[in-house]
Design a protein around this ligand. Structure first.
Ligand code: MG
Length: 202
């Protein structure tokens, strides 16, 4: 399986990063070794500025290529929640030099994923609320209606370039409020008020 992540899909996050609002979806990938489900996350030694980015995650349910926006809803049945962990110091360095982002984004355990996924027929797709708490305090809150590009548009766009396969995950972008984490922090992710994951930074 593969993990495809969308960048700058919420305008307020693009603003906080001083990044322009994209005219088409911007995506990058993480390998399957980035997936992280367990509770103890070990702060990587190569960064001093690790940021959380909480994101809705779409699980692809069947193989497809050149999927139209109108048909995209047939390619996923469930939505979960994750964190796109980002080594912001390395990302800044890569951006400045015009280099690829992988070492800042695709490292081991950088894709936190909830064990539980919610069937999409139990959700109002353009009104899913989600949030992240750090040590019981809410640090990020988002709503799927604020996405610049909807899930169906993302699936259609990605599948122009890359065949989507069953089990692939799409991280759909983070709302504003990204911030650094420290050893000792506890992070919990909520979708429509239900806790879907909890991790401890060691
Ligand atoms: Mg992200």
């Amino acid at each position: 399986m593969k993990i495809i992540c969308i960048g700058r899909n919420y305008s307020n996050h693009a603003k906080e990063m001083n990044s322009p609002i994209p005219k088409e979806p911007l995506f990058f990938m993480k390998p399957d070794t980035a997936l992280f489900r367990e509770s103890n996350f070990y702060y990587p030694e190569f960064t001093k500025d690790l940021h959380h980015e909480v994101e809705l995650v779409v699980k692809i349910a069947k193989v497809g290529k050149h999927i139209s926006v109108a048909n995209a809803h047939k390619y996923y049945n469930e939505i979960g929640l994750g964190i796109d962990f980002t080594a912001r110091d390395l990302q800044r360095e890569c951006k400045e030099k015009g280099l690829p982002w992988e070492k800042a984004k695709a490292f081991d355990n950088s894709a936190v994923i909830s064990q539980k996924f919610i069937p999409k027929d139990q959700l109002e797709l353009n009104n899913i609320t989600f949030s992240l708490t750090k040590n019981e305090e809410t640090v990020q809150e988002g709503n799927s209606r604020d996405m610049l590009f909807s899930i169906d548009v993302l699936i259609s766009h990605i599948s122009k370039y890359i065949t989507l396969k069953t089990g692939d995950l799409i991280y759909t972008g983070t709302p504003e409020g990204v911030s650094p984490i420290q050893i000792g922090d506890n992070l919990s992710g909520y979708l429509n008020g239900n806790k879907l994951f909890s991790i401890h930074i060691k």
